[in-house]
Design a protein around this ligand. Structure first.
Ligand SMILES: *Cc1c(COP(=O)(O)O)cnc(C)c1O
Length: 524
């Protein structure tokens, strides 16, 4: 029943792979489930109201056996998944696909089920593989030497990394104030926020941001800062993703207020950055040092702009993303642009000591590692027991190398810019953000990373545009709002894209959607 030598797993894996065909670039129609498939899957879910034969109190909990279960998974459940990894044109949310080498590594992770909790160099190489991947990623992102990022760990995703970022910020800015007030025996993580604030005379902790991702508010709530203390300091109504540095300065100067600056890099609708480059970051660093603030960068997908090829084509993005290495902590997503499976994120911070003060398991000397070089993951992250989620990221970094990754990211940007151009050339659509009466502010597309935002000029089309695009079954987008109006957001984060073919399809699709809408309107 539980043996693996009888071909059960081999057979199941080959059926999974046949159904996913992970090397093809299937267009969406074959992958988005039909309503009937969703209905069928829903009806197939076990329910206590089942046959009611009275043989047992819970007939639906009678084991079906593994073979029947696998049939159920493959025949009922799998066809009702949205197929995001099976399509090259699933551009909703910011959804990466899975590179084949990452999928192989992920299967190895499950097969070995290595717990990566304690650094045990005499027993397993796992923590060293994690650290090798983190170091490679630092270099790919050009963040400077690994010694400067002594706090580093794999997380479950950008939300978890943002939680760590705010927790570290909280620990650092409060502990410095507690200690300055003469209480040196305990830090904020030991005292708790309430006692720390009382001792340090802090009345409020604020998170300063510009169009911070929704997970930032969640993180502020979880770490006890309060989601209502996330303050939006937009540079202007036209460029709300930009952080108003003058406003930051006046917040930092306030008595009794301690601040964490959380930079959107980039912002999830537009892909644009809170700071405009090295000069902004230098000014922020100087202010943070002067007033005891913490700088956290939410670079979930945007930070990968730093890994693009060093050519004129991407020079605007390189300029804009410059200086982010001056932050105290950085969030990176693996399961988006790096194209590894869920759940994979990364957290970097300058000071390992701050991170261990937040995450340390006390009174567990037997768990501490001999070598200080590599931290035991349980003392630098949210979980104790954890999956070897570093391995797929390690495999991608190793297999693609810096150039391979730069090439993959470049293709994503080229497709996004191509779509932006299609929108801009069309008489029926408006490329966003728009300001001063001009789409995209009249600027070139050099600031376009992997997100494209647009709407239909005709309001009645705009109302149904997202649904209409998705109903074509050939590409998939997300709906969002820009300046109070419905808008379409395309986010390209998938290694399977084919820039030329995809662009042609989007061009034809957008034109025919506008045409059909005009015809329908004039007929009604
Ligand atoms: C996606 C995203 C998040 C949340 O990431 P998860 O990996 O879904 O937890 C946070 N910030 C930004 C900027 C994002 O794009």
């Amino acid at each position: 029943m539980t043996g693996t030598s009888d071909g059960f797993m081999q057979d199941a894996y080959s059926r999974i792979h046949a159904s996913v065909s992970s090397n093809s670039t299937a267009p969406l129609p074959s992958t988005l489930p039909q309503p009937a498939q969703l209905h069928h899957a829903r009806a197939s879910l076990p329910s206590p109201a089942g046959d009611g034969d009275g043989a047992t109190a819970y007939p639906y909990l009678q084991g079906r056996g593994r073979q029947a279960t696998v049939e159920h998974l493959l025949d009922d459940i799998a066809p009702a998944l949205n197929g995001q990894n099976r399509s090259s044109r699933y551009w909703g949310f910011v959804t990466g696909a899975v590179l084949p080498v990452a999928e192989v590594a992920d299967n190895l992770v499950s097969a070995h089920d290595q717990n990566v909790q304690v650094h045990l160099p005499g027993q397993t190489i796992a923590t060293e593989v994690e650290d090798a991947a983190l170091r490679m990623l630092l270099d790919v992102l050009r963040l400077g030497p690994a010694v400067g990022w002594s706090g580093r760990t794999f997380t479950t995703g950008a939300t978890a990394s943002n939680i760590l970022g705010l927790a570290c910020g909280r620990e650092d800015i409060l502990s410095a104030r507690v200690s300055a007030a003469g209480y040196t025996e305990k830090t904020a993580s030991e005292l708790g926020i309430l006692a720390a604030c009382l001792r340090a005379g802090v009345k409020e902790i604020r998170v300063l941001t510009s169009m911070g991702h929704s997970s930032l508010s969640k993180a502020a709530s979880i770490v006890g800062l309060g989601s209502a203390n996330v303050h939006e300091l937009a540079h202007s109504a036209d460029e709300p993703w930009r952080l108003d540095l003058d406003a930051v300065q006046s917040e930092l100067q306030q008595d009794g207020v301690a601040c964490i600056v959380a930079l959107s890099a980039g912002e999830v609708n537009t892909g644009r950055f809170a700071t405009q480059g090295l000069e902004d970051m230098k000014r922020l660093r100087q202010m943070a040092d002067q007033y005891g603030a913490w700088i956290h960068v939410d670079g979930a997908f945007g930070i990968f702009a730093r890994a693009l090829p060093d050519t004129d084509e991407f020079s605007r993005l390189h300029q804009t993303a410059a200086g982010l290495e001056l932050a105290d902590s950085i969030t990176v997503d693996g399961h988006k642009l790096l194209n590894v499976p869920y759940d994979c994120g990364v957290f970097f911070t300058r000071q390992a000591s701050v991170l261990t003060r937040v995450c340390r398991n006390p009174n567990a000397a037997y768990l501490s590692s001999e070598a200080a070089e590599i931290q035991s993951p349980l003392n630098v992250g949210l979980e104790n027991s954890r999956r070897f989620r570093a391995l797929p990221a390690y495999a991608v970094l190793l297999s693609e190398g810096r150039e391979g990754l730069a090439g993959m990211f470049a293709r994503m940007v080229r497709l996004a810019r191509g779509i932006a151009e299609v929108v801009r050339e069309s008489p029926d659509y408006l490329l966003l953000p728009d300001w001063q009466g001009q789409e995209y502010g009249g600027a070139g597309l050099g600031d376009t990373h992997i997100c494209v935002l647009f709407r239909a000029k005709e309001d009645s089309l705009n109302d149904v545009l997202v649904e209409t695009i998705n109903a074509t079954g050939s590409w998939y987008v997300s709906g969002t709002k820009w300046k109070g109006q419905k808008a379409v957001r395309v986010a390209v984060a998938n290694w399977r894209i084919n820039v030329t073919e995809d662009l042609e399809l989007v061009r034809r699709s957008l034109a025919s959607i506008a045409e059909e809408h005009k015809t329908a309107k004039s007929n009604s």
